[in-house]
Design a protein around this ligand. Structure first.
Ligand SMILES: [Zn+2]
Ligand SMILES: [Zn+2]
Length: 332
């Protein structure tokens, strides 16, 4: 979520920022980065942004130079910025867009169009994946049949298909556009609710297992949402407007707001909080082990049948029950 920026003066700058100088080159600055007590021009923002991404990649052992990577592209500013910066840094980055069926055509269409436009700009491949068609049922039907929330089903299906696609394409790293605000908010939420299991996997790199789990990385984890937004703006990235019509009611936005409020009062708090937490941990969680192969789909699972296949089985059962009930009532 972004702040409204109504208070703009000449050149699209916030009124208070007119005449401000770049902290690096002393030229006219366009971007304010309170967390780093800095102001940058477009060029120096670029330098700063790449350095932060490079630092994260090294610090958390994300990628080797020139390694192929799949970027999960939603069409929002974060994933587009990630795709842009990785490509510029020389990583062969291919996009994957998971097309969702959200019951509101507009947001889905805009997201896909932005992802396609970005692929064209970068001259990079975009793999589009239609989740609704693959599952045979809509996310909503699966959620009802399994008594789960829409967002949790959507998330599970997305992760499953991203992993499957990475394996099919023989690409062992998936990068997502989560930034510092996302990670700090998630950490705060997990600490408040004492979700120890989630806390264990809170790390910007999750190791993979060849042929089963792709490695997952978050190269923007040192950058704030506002910094990513500035970068996207400086590059004129074709960002999709709007937000997921289903995201209302999630609790994460409260933690995001809390982190933002702390940042406003005490710039730099988010980075200290998140990096400080990671520093006192032993390192990344261990790679998944003791998993089986799902007999239906062949994907790795910690149960006998994988979650997605169980989701689909229950949905099929529910549809069959509904069909039988309709038949019986027809006979009466
Ligand atoms: Zn500058
Ligand atoms: Zn399965």
């Amino acid at each position: 979520m972004d702040h409204p920026t109504d208070h703009t003066g000449p050149g699209g700058l916030p009124r208070s920022d007119v005449g401000m100088k770049c902290s690096r080159c002393r030229g006219p600055a366009r971007h304010r980065l309170p967390s780093h007590n800095a102001r940058f021009c477009d060029h120096c923002l670029e330098v700063f942004f790449k350095r932060q991404v490079e630092k994260a990649i090294k610090q958390f052992d994300m990628l080797q130079f020139g390694q192929r990577v799949l970027v999960a592209v939603s069409g929002g500013k974060d994933s587009l910025a990630l795709w842009q910066v990785l490509t510029e840094m020389g990583y062969p980055a291919e996009g994957v867009h998971v097309a969702l069926e959200l019951g509101d055509g507009k947001f889905g269409e805009a997201s896909l169009a932005s992802s396609q436009e970005m692929a064209q700009r970068l001259g990079a491949p975009l793999h589009v994946f239609n989740m609704a068609k693959l599952a045979g049922f809509s996310v909503q039907e699966i959620a009802w049949a399994n008594k789960r929330s829409f967002c949790s089903v959507c998330g599970t299906l997305k992760r499953y298909h991203l992993n499957k696609l990475a394996l099919d394409l023989d690409c062992d790293v998936i990068a997502t556009g989560h930034h510092l605000d996302d990670e700090a908010a998630r950490l705060l939420g997990n600490l408040v609710r004492r979700h120890t299991q989630y806390l264990e996997s809170q790390w910007p790199t999750l190791p993979g297992v060849p042929g089963a789990f792709a490695k997952k990385i978050k190269p923007l984890c040192r950058l704030r949402g506002a910094e990513v937004k500035s970068y996207a703006k400086a590059h004129g990235l074709p960002v999709a407007r709007g937000e997921c019509p289903r995201s209302k009611g999630a609790t994460l936005p409260y933690y995001t707001e809390a982190v933002r409020m702390l940042e406003e009062r005490m710039p730099g708090t988010g980075l200290n909080f998140y990096m400080g937490y990671l520093e006192q941990k032993d390192g990344p969680p261990a790679a998944p082990k003791d998993f089986n192969q799902c007999p239906s789909c062949g994907m790795p699972t910690f149960a006998e049948t994988c979650t997605v296949c169980r989701f689909l089985e229950r949905t099929k059962e529910r549809e069959e029950r509904k069909a039988r009930a309709a038949e019986t009532s027809g006979q009466l």
